[in-house]
Design a protein around this ligand. Structure first.
Ligand SMILES: CC(=O)SCCNC(=O)CCNC(=O)[C@H](O)C(C)(C)COP(=O)(O)OP(=O)(O)OC[C@H]1O[C@@H](n2cnc3c(N)ncnc32)[C@H](O)[C@@H]1OP(=O)(O)O
Length: 527
């Protein structure tokens, strides 16, 4: 394939040159062959350009290095030098705001990454960082291009380094739309959000063949690294959808909730939902009895603008809910215990999930609202041996480090370390509220009485009667709803129906909050 063969006009004048350019562009846009496009569609997948069209506002895409080709040799590569080199890069807009994008073209070398392909991605990442705009990768690639050896591996290194440098500076969103192996799976893991599509996208470090050779385990690609696995079990994916169209529409929705970079605030969308709307339904929705479950989603729905929220990691660690929503038009990150799953305890996965979310909110100037109804950390050998101490510490560290406005609200119980960790006043919450159903203590009354009145209970003629008396005494002394308010450890006890109004007024007061951390290279957070 040479340029000369394809010149439709006379190249010696400018019109001929322009005709040549248009022909080359058309060739690059079309891609390798109709057959390759049909094969891509037959797998239930869109082409890279079709995906970009769905992501960006109509007609806004500006491509960079469309005519780039590789210069690699060997293994027949000299004869196969397609334009774009298998990745389409550029920028456009989402709801009028600039967004950078790169999209692997699976029709070219299976979207595998060679040297030219990698440097195109490096360039667009550098542009996104300089311009201070989000970067979206539409991944459908087979990892390092085998024929290019170490050059391909080095290309990945350049991406990882830029992912890390861009972390907390611009939002980075990875959309997985095909089988992504090796390096193609690591870059997404460094980004803020990972989206996947069921059946057609997979992520793994080594595929099923290698797994079988090394461990003897037999498993399908989806069983090893499909969307459900990563959205429910591993926590690698934040979102999973049934088709590419819905997935990419949700990426657009998420972008609308995020600032373009860490120096901006998230976009405010004026809301018709009254700031002082009462939530009387909350009085019945949350049972006063701390042991009765309810769905925290319904509480969030009642509090936020128009009942709309975007749940992150919806199906992983369901005992904690992390969601982006708006209160009077302003984006907030909500972290809430879910009494409906594992009674809302904090365990290893819930701690990791919430820690990453809090960290993301803090990086991108999103105020955090924490809704507590937590019986404590989950006890057990598995949890202790699995490192609940260091995983729980991640959440503690993330909150302690966060300088965005932070408001916490205790709905019912908040016991022990979990109370402290979930944005208590003592670790820096700007405002803490409690409903009159709150119960804050080191532990539940039964457990507490068994420890501190052990001797009295053992020595009593009727130990059960003594235990009941001591539990009652402990509750009356320490577990009444105004114990914390009397000590200034919550700023106010509020009527649940007025929660929305209180949160909105508090956020408005905190809008210009400014807090500096001591100068340091970086912290050393628990891992
Ligand atoms: C640091 C790292 O990234 S290490 C990881 C290196 N990558 C890998 O080990 C993955 C190797 N590839 C695969 O396992 C499979 O190709 C899969 C799972 C990604 C996709 O499988 P399928 O959908 O069946 O596609 P298929 O295997 O036909 O590949 C499509 C085309 O891409 C090519 N291709 C696939 N992977 C690569 C690669 N890593 N390098 C170069 N070309 C590749 C195939 O040769 C094929 O080319 P052709 O159309 O000219 O025949």
């Amino acid at each position: 394939m040479t340029v000369v063969d394809e010149i439709p006009g006379e190249p010696s004048d400018t019109r001929g040159r322009v005709a040549e350019l248009l022909a080359l562009r058309e060739q690059a846009r079309r891609g390798p062959s109709d057959r390759a496009t049909e094969a891509q569609h037959a797998k239930g997948k869109l082409t890279a350009r079709e995906r970009i069209e769905l992501l960006l506002d109509e007609g806004s895409f500006k491509e960079v290095e469309q005519l780039r080709r590789h210069r690699a040799t060997g293994f027949g590569l000299e004869a196969k030098k397609p334009y774009t080199d298998g990745v389409i890069t550029g920028w456009g807009t989402v709801e009028g705001r600039t967004v950078f994008v790169y999209a692997h073209d699976f029709r070219i070398f299976g979207g595998a990454l060679g040297e030219a392909h990698a440097t195109k991605i490096h360039k667009i990442m550098d542009m996104a960082i300089s311009a201070g705009a989000p970067l979206v990768s539409l991944n459908d690639g087979a990892g390092a291009r085998i024929q290019e050896g170490v050059s391909a591996l080095a290309g990945y290194g350049g991406i990882f380094q830029r992912n890390t440098r861009a972390s907390g500076v611009i939002p980075q969103i990875s959309v997985m739309l095909g089988p992504c192996a090796g390096g193609a799976a690591y870059s997404p893991a460094l980004t803020d959000f990972v989206f996947m599509v069921r059946e057609t996208s997979q992520m793994f470090i080594t595929g099923p063949d290698v797994v079988k050779a090394v461990t003897g385990e037999e498993i399908t690609q989806n069983g090893l690294g499909g969307a459900d696995v990563h959205a429910e079990t591993s926590g690698v994916a934040h979102f999973a959808y049934d088709d590419e169209e819905t997935c990419i529409a949700e990426v657009r929705y998420l972008i609308g909730m995020l600032p373009s970079n860490n120096r901006e605030n998230p976009p405010v969308v004026p809301s018709d939902d009254p700031a002082d709307r009462r939530g009387d339904v909350l009085l019945d929705l949350v049972p006063a009895d701390g042991n009765r479950p309810y769905d925290m989603h319904k509480v969030i729905e009642e509090l936020v603008d128009d009942g709309d929220f975007l749940e992150v990691h919806e199906r992983w660690a369901r005992n904690i809910v992390c969601a982006l929503a708006r209160l009077d038009g302003q984006v907030v990150g909500i972290v809430a215990n879910q009494p409906q799953a594992l009674a809302g305890v904090l365990d290893i996965e819930a701690s990791e999930k919430a820690a990453r979310f809090v960290q993301m909110c803090d990086a991108f100037n999103i105020p955090i609202v924490t809704l507590l109804d937590v019986p404590g950390f989950l006890p057990g050998v598995d949890q202790e041996h699995g490192g609940i101490i260091r995983h729980g510490a991640k959440l503690l560290y993330a909150y302690c480090n966060a300088t965005v406005p932070r408001i916490s609200l205790i709905l019912r119980k908040a016991y022990g370390g979990a109370y402290i960790v979930m944005d208590s006043q003592s670790i820096g919450a700007d405002l803490t509220y409690a409903w009159p159903t709150n119960e804050i203590a080191v532990m539940g009354a039964e457990g507490a009485a068994n420890v501190i009145f052990r001797r009295q209970i053992a020595d009593a003629e009727d130990p059960e009667a003594m235990r009941a008396r001591m539990v009652k005494e402990y509750k009356a002394e320490l577990m009444h709803p105004y114990y914390a308010a009397e000590r200034g450890l919550v700023d106010d006890v509020i009527d649940p129906a007025e929660t929305r109004e209180v949160l909105i007024a508090s956020l408005a007061m905190l809008r210009n909050k400014h807090a500096d951390l001591p100068s340091r290279k970086h912290g050393n957070p628990p891992q």
